[in-house]
Structure formats: structure tokens, C-alpha cells
Design a protein around this ligand. Structure first.
Ligand SMILES: [Zn+2]
Length: 225
């Protein structure tokens, strides 16, 4: 989105979120209000609202009198997030096995099919959104506001962690393990699905390089434009 129609708060949040997930905006980069306002053709007040939302999602740190910066999660925080995800997502899939309906299974299979399609086309933006979206959809289907909100927060933080610590060119979980999880849910095999989810998250965490911090700073305009 370059200089075109004025963007909404949501669109700005989405664009910054994706730029972080796609590693065009790196941790530590300052998000200058004035510059973002010019890029999106909006008021600084609107940019401030977007930055406040991003801070709430754990993606941005706002330092008084200094400005907003893309968060730099520590290695400890990265490990904590995956530890919590293993616990929460095990609960999510176990509960889903007791409530799952045919239409839930259809939605899950359709989602995995979209992931496969995005992978085949190497559509990075879609791949990142869909692979996080799969985990969110599981939480959505059990109808618990608490677990859904918790997962939303964990997925946003995971995206940032993946953006910082990703060791490979893989931008996603990969649809195969997701497909296995869906089929175990369809069989209501809660022991198997809990095992598959644990294994999947360990696999995702193992692809991160939690031993060093890369520190390439990118220009704000080229990242967002
Ligand atoms: Zn996944």
C-alpha cells in the first residue's frame, strides 16, 4: 500500500503485522508516526491508535518520549511462548475432539486445502496468515472466548518470534502436519491428536535458531510500501 486511499486503523495494523511476519520490518526498527502517517495518507492520531493496538498484541513497544519500536522478543520469551502454546493447544484439540461437528471438519479440511494451494504458489503472505490461522481456527471452533483470545495473543507473539529467529526459509508450519491433526480430530482420537499437536509445536520450535539474534535494520518506507 503506497500513497493511495487513506487506510483504516485495521489496515495499518494488518500491514505492519504482515511486514513483521514477512521479515521486512525487523525487531528494533522504530515505527515513526510521521513517516507512517505519510505512507498511509492518514492523521498521526490514527497511526497512534494503530500503534497502541500493535502494542497490545505484543508486537510493538512504545517508549515515552522516544517512540514506537518493533519488539525484540528474548530467547527466554520465545521458549516461554512455545511452552505455553504446547499446554494451551493440547487443551484446545482435546476439547475439540469432544465437540467437533461435520461442518467443523469441513472448515478445517478447506483451510488445509487453502494452505496447500498457497504453498504450491509460494504465496508468502498467504502462507504466513493461513498457518497461524489454522491454530486460531481450532480455538475458534471450540467456542471459548478465553482460549480464542489467549491463542490470538500467542499466535501474534509466535509470528514475531518466528520472524526474528527463523532458521530456514520456511515461512510456515507446513500443511502436512496440519492435515494429520485434522484427520485425528475427525476420528475424535484425543490421545493421538494431543500427541500430534505436541510433536508439531516441537517441530516448529526446533526450526527456530534460538542461539543468536539477527539484527538487520530495514528502511521503514521500503518495508511498508
Ligand atoms: Zn501449525
Amino acid at each position: 500500500m503506497s500513497e493511495q486511499a487513506a487506510a483504516s486503523v485495521e489496515q495499518i495494523v494488518e500491514k505492519v503485522w504482515l511486514s513483521i511476519a514477512e521479515r521486512r520490518l525487523r525487531p528494533g526498527v522504530q515505527l515513526k508516526e510521521e513517516q507512517i502517517a505519510a505512507i498511509f495518507q492518514v492523521s498521526r492520531a490514527r497511526v497512534r491508535r494503530a500503534l497502541t493496538e500493535l502494542e497490545r498484541d505484543g508486537l510493538v513497544t512504545i517508549i515515552p518520549n522516544r517512540g514506537a519500536f518493533v519488539c525484540k522478543p528474548s530467547v527466554e520469551e520465545a521458549r516461554d511462548v512455545f511452552y505455553v502454546r504446547r499446554t494451551v493447544e493440547r487443551r484446545v484439540v482435546e476439547r475439540l475432539c469432544t465437540t467437533v461437528t461435520k461442518s467443523d471438519i469441513k472448515r478445517l479440511r478447506d483451510h488445509v486445502a487453502r494452505e496447500r494451494e498457497a504453498n504450491a504458489q509460494s504465496a508468502t503472505t498467504e502462507i504466513i496468515k493461513l498457518s497461524g490461522g489454522f491454530h486460531l481456527l481450532l480455538a475458534e471452533l471450540i467456542g471459548s472466548d478465553f482460549l480464542f483470545t489467549t491463542m490470538r495473543d500467542l499466535i501474534a507473539r509466535s509470528s514475531l518470534i518466528t520472524a526474528v529467529y527463523r532458521n530456514t526459509t520456511h515461512a510456515n508450519c507446513g500443511p502436512d502436519e496440519h492435515a494429520d491433526i485434522v484427520e485425528a480430530i475427525a476420528l475424535k482420537d484425543s490421545a493421538k491428536v494431543a500427541h500430534l499437536m505436541t510433536h508439531h509445536l516441537e517441530h516448529v520450535e526446533a526450526e527456530l535458531d534460538l542461539s543468536d539474534i539477527r539484527d538487520l535494520l530495514h528502511d521503514l518506507r521500503s518495508a511498508l510500501a
